[in-house]
Design a protein around this ligand. Structure first.
Ligand code: NAD
Ligand code: UDP
Ligand code: UDP
Length: 313
């Protein structure tokens, strides 16, 4: 049994992680400022004596006693992270400094939820960890991309300078139950639109691609990463290499929801990456043969069931 801190624990991924850690017998401290997360995501854990919830913003110092830290606090959808971009950079950078300072004082292991956005709009495909990326430093996505890149820098400097045991995972597009229905991410947008019979909004011509990982597979990878030997720092890509265009995704969602929705084409947001697929060779090697097990159709089915219940349609 360990005492584990999850920052951003009331969010989409964080709430699944808290649930899994509590189920595994650990004491979990969930820290969140509820910017994009909500208490309803972790309401079912509140009665459990192994689970504790604290409202706190990670841009401020945090003094608690734990054995391990998962640092997930950061808005993840373009609409949310562009809403207050200065705060987004502060959350990634000041948040990383505070959580690394906490880990240093406690000599605790710390895992950073980094992102495929560190690769920007990539010229190398699929993306291996050795690729340094192509990120616009001054665009509308930079607050997130560069914030996460700087957080990786801090993690590796704390490791080099203070021998702090760090773990960095670069998460590729992940979806599943408890995604925020209005956060503008493509999977939740398409499902909500299809269930409501609204037009499905395709940005650009829909030929851009993403690779979608079901949340359970991602959480399994994060837990395995935390348990790796100390010399395994990452960065390690985690995601599902199955790659789909947004048109293909829209067709799947329409079919699985038996929706009468039509496609509506809208302008492509600036700096929107045209393709993205993780090379997960390293993850397979260092995470004990880990690989995604939930295919897109099955994961979409589960996510659609969640939104049907939530939207009562
Ligand atoms: P989310 O928005 O649902 O969760 C983020 C959580 O962090 C929310 O609960 C939010 O309230 C909290 N938060 C934000 N700023 C905070 C602050 N200053 N102090 C404390 N809490 C704060 O998003 P998610 O999809 O669950 O993403 C979780 C993490 O995983 C993020 O760091 C994100 O960058 C990373 N990630 C997610 C994906 C994905 O596809 N879901 C992909 C790459 C990386
Ligand atoms: N910090 C924290 N909790 C702790 C220890 C440190 O939040 O238990 C924060 C503190 O705000 C500090 C930051 O982490 O500024 C970085 O800590 P570190 O020890 O690396 O650097 P320093 O204290 O010298 O700034
Ligand atoms: N997208 C879309 N319609 C939507 C929302 C998003 O076509 O209603 C596109 C978006 O332009 C991007 C892809 O879907 O090319 C994934 O967007 P998301 O915001 O989910 O993730 P990210 O761009 O951060 O990978």
């Amino acid at each position: 049994m360990k005492r584990i801190l999850v920052t951003g624990g009331a969010g989409f991924l964080g709430s699944h992680l808290c649930e899994r850690l509590v189920e595994s017998g650990h004491d979990v401290l969930c820290v969140d400022n509820y910017f994009t997360g909500s208490k309803s995501n972790i309401a079912h854990l509140l009665g459990n004596p192994r689970f504790e919830l604290m409202r706190h913003d990670v841009t401020f110092p945090l003094y608690v006693e734990v054995d391990e830290i998962y640092n997930l606090a950061c808005p993840a959808s373009p609409i949310h992270y562009q809403h207050d971009p200065v705060q987004t950079t502060k959350t990634s950078v000041h948040g990383a400094i505070n959580m690394l300072g906490l880990a240093k004082r406690l000599k605790a292991r710390i895992l950073q939820a980094s992102t495929s956005e560190v690769y920007g709009d990539p010229e190398v495909h699929p993306q291996p960890e050795s690729y340094w990326g192509r990120v616009n430093p001054i665009g509308v996505r930079s607050c997130y991309d560069e914030g996460k890149r700087c957080a990786e820098t801090l993690f590796f400097d704390y490791w080099r300078q203070h021998r702090l045991p760090i773990k960095v995972v670069r998460i590729f597009n992940t979806y599943g139950p408890r995604m925020h229905p209005n956060d503008g991410r493509v999977v939740s947008n398409f499902i909500v639109q299809a269930l409501r019979g609204q037009d499905i909004t395709i940005y650009g011509d829909g030929s851009q691609t993403r690779s979608f990982c079901y949340v359970d597979d991602l959480i399994e990878a994060m837990q395995r990463m935390m348990a790796t030997p100390e010399e395994i720092t990452g960065p390690v890509n985690v995601g599902n290499p199955g790659e789909f265009s947004m048109l293909e995704l829209a067709e799947k969602v329409i079919q699985l929801t038996a929706s009468s929705s039509r496609l509506e084409f809208r302008p492509l947001p600036s700096d929107d990456p045209s393709q993205r697929q993780p090379d997960i060779g390293l993850a397979r090697r260092v995470l004990n043969g880990w690989q995604p097990t939930v295919a897109l159709d099955e994961g979409l089915d589960r996510t659609i069931a969640y939104f049907k219940k939530r939207l009562s349609v």
